[in-house]
Each structure stands twice: as C-alpha cells, then as structure tokens.
Design a binder for this molecule. Structure first.
Ligand SMILES: C[S@@+](CC[C@H](N)C(=O)[O-])C[C@H]1O[C@@H](n2cnc3c(N)ncnc32)[C@H](O)[C@@H]1O
Length: 424
C-alpha cells in the first residue's frame, strides 16, 4: 500500500495545481488505479479536517509532498479505516511511502509521530461513540457562500452528504433482464443489492443500489450489456422524457451516452446523439455497443448544440438537454470538482446553457417537449435558467418536473425542468 500512498499523494498535488483527477488517474496502470482512486477521493473528501489536524500536530509547515502524504493517511483514519487496516499499518505504510521520496530521518520521524498522535486523537473520539469526522469536504469560500445563500438551512447537511462515499448504483438494461432477474443474478454471485423504487415521487423501475461497491468486472453480464452504472438522479432523465417508438429525439449533450442508452432501452426511438468533444464522443458508440443498443436508429454526431451547422433541418419530437454545468451536484462522485472550478465559471456556464437552450428550442416540433437538466445544485444553473427561459419564450409551457433534487445517500444532485412548445 505504501506505493499507492505515494502515488495518491502525487495525484493530490496535481489536483491542487488544477488538473482533473480523472486525467491523472487515467495515466496509471489498471492495477494501480482502483486503490489510488480510493485513496485520493477520500483525501479530497476529508481535506478540511486533515489540514486542520496537520496544522495542530506538525511543528512547521511541511513541504507539499509531505502534507499530501499526511492528508492521504489521515483520510484513512477519518473514514474509520482502523477496522480495515490496523492503525499501526496505516502509520507504517505512510512512513515507508515517505521514505520513497525523502530519505531523511526527520521526515520519516515526523510522519510517524504526527500520524500516531492523529490516530490517538481520533480513536478517543470514536471511543466516545462519535464518527471520527462529522463534516469535512473542502469547499472554496465562493462555493460555500453560494451554497449558503441558496440553501440557508440545508447547506451544511448538503456539504456533509457530499463528503460521504457515493454508493454504486446500477440501471438494469430491461431489454435483457428485468430488475428482479438481475437482482437474483447478483445475489447468485454474492453481491447484495436493494431496489431504489422512486425519486422525487417518480417511479424508478430499473435502479439497484449495491450494499458494497464492486468493480464492474464482477457484475454479471456487464460486458454483454446487462447493466450500466448510473446514479438514481440521472435515471430520471429518460423516464421524464418518456420516449415512444418512432419518436425523433435529440440528445443534445450526449457523451458518454448514459442517457442516450437509457432512451434506447425504453423505446425504439430514433436518436441523434450530439456531442462537441471529440474524445468524449467516441465513448457514446462504445457504450451503445456494449449495451447492444447500437443500430441504424442512432446517429452519433460531433457538433455544437448552440449552433445549427450540424443539423439536417428535421425537427425533433423530444429534446434531452443535459447541459454542461458546474457539476456541483455530483461532488460525492467527483470530489476534485470544488478544487477545480472558479467563481467566474458559473456566469460562463449560464451563457452556454442559454445558447444551447435557444438553439434547441428552434429545432423542436410544435407540441414537442424539451427536458432541461443539469447535475448542479446551484440555482443559477437550474431554476434561474428555467425562469429565464419561460420569460424569453412565451410559447414555452412548463410541465410538471422535479425541479431541484438535492444530493442524498441514494442520489446525486440534479435539476430537471420540462417544457412543451405551444405552437411553432
Ligand atoms: C453533463 S455531460 C452529458 C452527460 C450525458 N448526457 C450522459 O448522461 O452520459 C455534458 C456534455 O455536454 C458536452 N457539451 C458541452 N458543450 C456542448 C455543446 N455546445 N454542444 C454539444 N455538447 C456540448 C460536454 O462535452 C459533455 O460531454
């Protein structure tokens, strides 16, 4: 584990310099990735508390490599991992990891002493019956202020929720198996799951939550498309758009294709999956191939949804607009997000969202419906945009939709608004 701790500490350093964790993890070998991902995710989730503990116990500010290494190790204590690894194992492995880049006795001695003290302090807290760390996720000041302004009562609970490990949630491909059948298949290989039956009052017929996360390679028939990994909040999208056989549907911001696939699982619709990013675009076909949903009904196009240049002029019956956003609703799954965004991003994203909404509306048939989605909990990207849109387009009739969904133990945060086009 000491090598993984060293790599995780280096990965943290890269995130602090503005690189996305996904990018950093992609460079690792398949063998290193899962453990390093788990260590870095936890270190980011527990960032504030680990920095406070480092300040409390380290005599003088340590160099960044050491601070990051301590953060990785302290996060293991903060998640109560003494059960998984004995405290002395965590300390020994961290000291060994330190020796991989700093051979001085001082550095190793300091890491040893600090982690022993941290472990004792946290054990005393746990002995009194408390969780080692009640709230921790790091949020930059502007992010916290935004949350607090939007959710004066709930903002701390939201922060707490987003600092937890996110569960693994599946969407069963009902073209292959019913949810009950798949649950039985899971149980046969010893994987315990529960159904998630509704969210925001809307039935979720295909959602399963695993009691413990497993690698996808352990999921029965994953590679032949029996199931996808998709948050329960995201599973509402295709259900709300309610695709029907023969519908012409635009998935305006489609990669990696999670919602495109769900639309195709639900109906024999004709779907145009549009995506601006060349690399991400390739993932749509891959996902549809795996799920056995790739057919002549699907057109995968590279293009900018805020421009008509890619459009052949055929109006759509339905549009799913999963807009680029701050991703503030999916921090539990991507704990590097608050470290990477800037306050100024929000206004820029709002402009992009409005540009895509305006163009999409032109491509929608009279009486067609448009579902606007963001995986954000900032109202600037959700309800404010829906209000702007309704005011800007008097022919937009707002239909019933969940609006803002906040993160919980079984779903990420999403925003949903549904509009029907009255006349042309
Ligand atoms: C929230 S993600 C979509 C997730 C996807 N719907 C799914 O469920 O798998 C938003 C996507 O929009 C793409 N995007 C951003 N701006 C775009 C634009 N102007 N036109 C088309 N796609 C865009 C991004 O590259 C990103 O892949």
């Amino acid at each position: 584990m000491s090598e993984a701790i060293t790599i995780a500490a280096q990965a943290l350093g890269e995130v602090m310099h503005g690189r996305s964790l996904g990018e950093v993890l992609e460079q690792l070998s398949a063998q290193e990735r899962p453990i390093v991902q788990s260590l870095t995710f936890d270190a980011l989730r527990k960032w504030t508390s680990s920095q406070e503990l480092i300040k409390e116990f380290v005599p003088k500010t340590p160099p960044p490599e050491t601070a990051h290494l301590l953060s990785v190790a302290i996060a293991l204590f903060l998640h109560g991992e003494q059960k998984a690894y004995a405290a002395h194992t965590i300390v020994d492995q961290a000291v060994e990891a330190c020796g991989q880049y700093d051979k001085t006795l001082y550095a190793k001695g300091m890491v040893n002493a600090v982690l022993r003290k941290v472990s004792q302090k946290l054990q005393a807290v746990v002995d009194k019956g408390y969780a080692p760390d009640p709230i921790s996720m790091y949020y930059p000041a502007w992010w916290r202020a935004n949350l607090k302004k939007s959710y004066p009562k709930e903002w701390q609970a939201i922060g707490f929720q987003q600092a937890q490990r996110a569960p693994l949630i599946l969407r069963v491909n009902e073209r292959q198996h019913t949810r009950d059948q798949y649950q039985a298949m899971l149980s046969q290989v010893g994987i315990a799951s529960k159904t998630i039956d509704t969210l925001a009052g809307i039935p979720l017929p295909s959602a399963l939550i695993l009691e413990e996360a497993v690698p996808v390679s352990d999921l029965p028939e994953f590679y032949s498309g029996a199931v996808s990994v998709q948050d329960a909040g995201a599973q509402l999208a295709a259900i709300l758009l309610n695709p029907q056989a023969g519908d012409l549907i635009l998935d305006a911001c489609a990669a990696p294709g999670g919602k495109t696939a769900h639309l195709l699982e639900l109906a024999d619709a004709d779907v145009v999956a549009l995506e601006i990013d060349k690399e991400r675009l390739t993932r749509i076909g891959g996902n549809l191939d795996r799920l056995r949903l790739h057919s002549e009904r699907v057109q995968i196009l590279r293009g900018d949804a805020s421009q008509p240049s890619w459009w052949d002029g055929r109006s759509f019956d339905k549009i799913l607009l999963d807009a680029p956003c701050s991703a503030s609703g999916i921090v539990a799954r991507h704990p590097d997000i608050p470290f990477l965004r800037r306050a100024s991003d929000i206004a820029q994203l709002q402009q992009k969202q409005q540009g895509i909404l305006a163009q999409a509306w032109k491509m929608l048939k009279p009486d067609g419906v448009l579902l606007y989605i963001t995986c954000s909990i900032f109202p600037e990207e959700g309800e404010d945009q829906a209000k702007w849109f309704a005011a800007e387009y008097p022919n937009a009739l707002r239909l019933s939709a969940p609006g803002q969904i906040l993160p919980s133990a079984t779903n990420d945060g999403f925003y949903y608004a549904l509009f029907k086009k009255n006349g042309s």
